[in-house]
Design a protein around this ligand. Structure first.
Ligand code: M6R
Length: 364
């Protein structure tokens, strides 16, 4: 049941800390602060290329995974949504590895790509919540998330659990490829192990998130902006808003604003920024300033340092806990999903069963 929560989505949002914690428990050695994944069915040091495919939220998790694998493990990564990759005539590397991400393990397009790439001789690794699924049976290796059942059509805790597995896999690849030393592995692993507490802290930001929700709920169109590893989180936020509140939302890398979407901006189009402080912060802040100058109301997710710099630009700010930059996408996914939930509450939609959508999309 819903354990006293109003919707499964609300319950499942509150399960982020447990889903992350249980997932990490399976794939880390907390005492040694090391990653402890099952043996990989290939030599991670010599993998020439990784192809990632998934749909919806799982695809955005894959986009985050690409940033980690490229920057930490120096691994060339190709990624595309399954419905596209399925029909792309892509040149594959011999000894290549294909990585699939799916909550259900049954999504038709993802399974279609899996079968095609397996046929083409790629080693198949799947990150799944339902391990005893069709994808599970057809993979060379299943990396399980331990998120527990996810009932709400809008994915929540499965997303952060997917990211937790991808983060661990990236560290594992980096270690095998000699691109990080053991000290760095320990500090990255610690930042992951610290996440359940930080996630619990994020769940306390409801009041601030409701300030944003009241503005978003009045809008017909919303723009979500991020940069770098936060761009996929902007996409996740926009997808979730569309799914459950039926408000049109688009996500853009903040730097693309002036190449088109800025023409949409006026006071009726709120801009939601995923903008933690860090090397890309100043660039995002100046994009937000440009949007504000054209009348946009700016709503931001950032940390205490970023909040100081966005004073005078952002109308409302959700101040997130300070964490290692490595885990930022995992942490920031939580309030972004909460925002969509709060907006859906204000709109009075059928949060757990949004129109036209199914939990598991088993037809092409
Ligand atoms: O079961 P899967 O993870 O393969 O499902 C993929 C997408 O259908 C899914 O993430 C969908 O986008 C969600 N409704 C997002 O909230």
């Amino acid at each position: 049941g819903k354990d006293g929560y109003r919707h499964y989505m609300e319950k499942e949002l509150h399960e982020h800390p447990v889903a992350i914690g249980q997932t990490l428990q399976r794939i880390t050695d907390p005492a040694a602060k090391k990653i402890a994944l099952p043996a990989l069915p290939f030599d991670a040091a010599s993998v020439p290329r990784l192809t990632i495919s998934a749909c919806g939220s799982a695809f955005y998790a894959g986009m985050v995974g690409r940033y980690w694998l490229e920057s930490l493990a120096r691994l060339p990564v190709d990624i595309d949504v399954a419905s596209e990759l399925r029909y792309r005539d892509l040149p594959l590397a011999d000894d290549g590895v294909a990585l699939f991400i799916s909550q259900s393990g049954e999504t038709a397009d993802t399974l279609g790509v899996l079968r095609r790439l397996k046929e083409a001789g790629q080693k198949i690794v799947s990150v799944l919540n339902v391990e005893h699924s069709t994808m599970g049976r057809e993979s060379d290796l299943v990396l399980g998330m331990v998120a527990g059942p996810e009932i709400s059509v809008a994915s929540t805790k499965a997303f952060t659990a997917q990211l937790s597995v991808l983060a661990a896999l990236s560290i594992e690849f980096a270690r095998s490829r000699g691109t990080i030393d053991s000290q760095r592995e320990e500090s990255l692993t610690s930042s992951l192990l610290d996440l359940p507490s930080r996630a619990a802290e994020a769940l306390t930001r409801g009041d601030a998130i409701r300030d944003l929700a009241r503005i978003v709920a009045e809008a017909r169109d919303v723009l979500y902006l991020g940069r770098g590893i936060c761009t996929p989180i902007a996409h996740e936020g926009a997808l979730k808003l569309k799914e459950i509140s039926y408000i049109h939302a688009e996500a853009y890398p903040a730097g693309e604003l002036k190449h088109g979407p800025i023409s949409l901006i006026d006071r009726t189009v709120p801009v939601v920024a995923i903008a933690p402080s860090g090397i890309l912060f100043d660039k995002t802040a100046s994009n937000l300033q440009e949007a504000k100058a054209r009348g946009a109301r700016i709503l931001a997710f950032t940390d205490s340092k970023g909040a100081k710099q966005l004073e005078g630009i952002a109308e409302h700010i959700v101040v997130m806990p300070d964490v290692d930059p490595f885990v930022i996408p995992i942490l920031y996914a939580i309030p972004v999903q909460m925002l969509a939930y709060e907006v859906a509450l204000l709109k009075g939609t059928d949060v757990d069963q949004p129109r036209n959508l199914a939990k598991s999309v088993t037809v092409e």
